[in-house]
Write a protein that binds this ligand. Structure first.
Ligand code: TNX
Length: 524
């Protein structure tokens, strides 16, 4: 509609200048949004015209597919605060109404997570082979709308989307982030916000680092002192905290509703001071009947007594209770930096604990050091540091998750002036975080051995959600793109333009992001 006004505006501009300008600006912004998506879609062809959300727009979904109806309500709920419109979700009836149509298709080439989006003046059609694809298509719609769509209060609009078609699906099956809730504890509300942010970038995995020297963060009913005592502090001596099993289930459900799998990690046999202090009998030589909790940030000083049968009974109970409330396929056993566990004992421990985890129906993930043991065929090594370990893992037939510290550790400082974070693996500016390719990361290990990418945030120096956001943004959108988009044609020079424009969305979502000088931020 605005488009047709353009010549008219040129002739009779003066009295209605403002309306004409905002119309044109809105159209221009919508066209730009179409080419600014993060992660970049596989194929996007712009069309002619615009779809505008109005009072008469409806969302139509096949009521025989309950997931679609739920996704329709989810979309309507996302659009409501800023548009002020309560867009109804209606049964698919084939009518010609102005609508956003959600449909499952038999096109299995779209895979588990792909979608096909067609936007025309009168209708948006979003198709996928599986519900997750509809969810990711909805994330794309959010970015195609004006950034103010993300605000929590009513905004003026207009709510235009540029016409065109997008066919899209991820490069890697597993894309996500790890959050360390052990060094500093973060409550359920923070985790939910984190999940929402991951989902916005089409990530499907949240790895929770639930135990470490400084704290144990998940209730284990058979071993209550783990949280009563072991969860009662954190780095710096603050009060710590933990999730009850009910709260953990709430997190798991919130994540599942957003197609995100939770990977629970219990780090062992090292990084276990909180557990050892809670139950001294898990030590080899329990000298002190009342061991102290640890609130510093050193690593590598603690270990379970891997030759003590009691330890395996403990591990069995912990795995059993967590596996029972974790619907996802994975259990992460840590296994990193066990510097005080004798090497042979470490290997025997890893071998045995893999069996326990499998027995409880879960697939093992461990930090790359577990590749020094004998991996079970379905075990997964998470590459963070030692580049010989991913090769060892692959030789044993295991798959890899990529979390290379030099590229993907979001606790690394951006540069020497960054107030938060560490720099033992180097400084990671926004371009360093983006400019790498899984295919060439490890010599002679191809992407066929890689499940995907998880970008960790360790929280020794991170105290609250604001700090989390500052370290995670704007690096996380780049990891999301490496995980989702084809590597072909990836370039920092092109990406930084999209990222600069994306400042508007991050602003609208109230994200406290680092304004790297290497990017021209469009909201300034
Ligand atoms: C190494 S990465 C660790 C963590 C620390 C992190 C700090 C890994 C498997 N172990 O225990 O928090 O460095 O950057």
């Amino acid at each position: 509609m605005f488009k047709r006004l353009t010549p008219f505006c040129m002739l009779f501009a003066l009295p209605i200048l403002h309306a004409c300008q905002s119309g044109n600006a809105a159209e221009e912004a919508a066209r730009q949004a179409f080419t600014s998506l993060i992660p970049r879609p596989v194929e996007a062809s712009p069309g002619e015209g615009f779809f505008t959300l109005t009072d008469s727009t409806v969302i139509s979904a096949d009521k025989n597919v309950p997931q679609l109806e739920r996704l329709g309500s989810y979309l309507s709920g996302l659009l409501q605060p800023s548009t002020g419109m309560a867009i109804p979700v209606k049964a698919e009836d084939g009518s010609g109404r102005h609508r956003i149509r959600l449909m499952l298709t038999s096109d299995s080439a779209l895979g588990q997570e792909g979608y096909f989006l067609q936007i025309a003046d009168s209708m948006i059609t979003l198709q996928a082979h599986q519900p997750a694809g509809i969810f990711y298509g909805i994330q794309t719609l959010r970015q195609l709308l004006p950034p103010s769509i993300e605000k929590k209060e009513r905004q003026p609009g207009p709510w235009l989307l540029a016409a065109g078609t997008i066919r899209d699906q991820p490069a890697f099956a597993l894309r996500g982030s790890m959050l360390d809730v052990a060094r500093h504890f973060f409550g359920v509300a923070d985790i939910k916000r984190y999940i929402d942010l991951l989902a916005y970038y089409k990530m499907n995995t949240l790895h929770l680092h639930l135990s470490d020297d400084q704290g144990w963060r998940i209730e284990i009913k058979k071993w209550p002192r783990l949280t009563e005592y072991g969860g009662s502090t954190q780095v710096g001596g603050g009060k710590g905290g933990f999730y009850t099993q009910e709260q953990y289930k709430e997190i798991v459900q919130y994540a599942a509703d957003r197609f995100i799998t939770i990977i629970p990690e219990i780090d062992m046999p090292g990084h276990t001071n909180a557990a050892l202090a809670s139950y001294p009998e898990l030590n080899c030589n329990p000298k002190d009947p009342n061991p102290k909790l640890y609130t510093g940030i050193e690593v590598g000083f603690s270990t379970f007594c891997t030759t003590n049968e009691k330890v395996y009974g403990f591990v069995e109970d912990v795995v059993q209770e967590i596996a029972a409330i974790t619907p996802g396929p994975y259990f992460h056993m840590g296994g990193d930096e066990s510097h005080v566990t004798p090497k042979e004992e470490y290997i025997q421990f890893v071998n045995r604990v893999q069996g326990i985890i499998n027995k409880h129906g879960k697939q093992v993930i461990g930090w790359d050091e577990i590749a020094t043991a004998t991996l079970l065929p379905n075990s997964i090594a998470q590459y963070w540091s030692d580049s010989t370990n991913p090769k060892r893992a692959v030789q044993q037939g295991a798959k890899l998750i990529l979390s290379p510290a030099k590229r993907a550790y979001m606790d690394m400082q951006y540069d020497s002036t960054t107030r938060l974070g560490l720099h033992w693996a180097g400084y990671i500016e926004v371009d360093d975080a983006y400019n790498w390719d899984p295919a060439t990361l490890v010599d002679s290990v191809g992407t066929e051995h890689m499940l995907g990418i998880v970008a960790p945030l360790w929280t020794e120096t991170i105290l609250n959600m604001e700090d989390i956001e500052y370290m995670v943004f704007p690096r996380l959108p780049g990891y999301a793109e490496i995980g989702w988009s084809p590597a072909n044609g990836r370039s920092w020079d092109e990406y930084k333009q999209r990222l600069g424009r994306h400042a508007r969305q991050m602003q609208a979502m109230d994200i406290n992001f680092y304004r790297s000088a290497r990017v021209a931020w469009a909201d300034k």
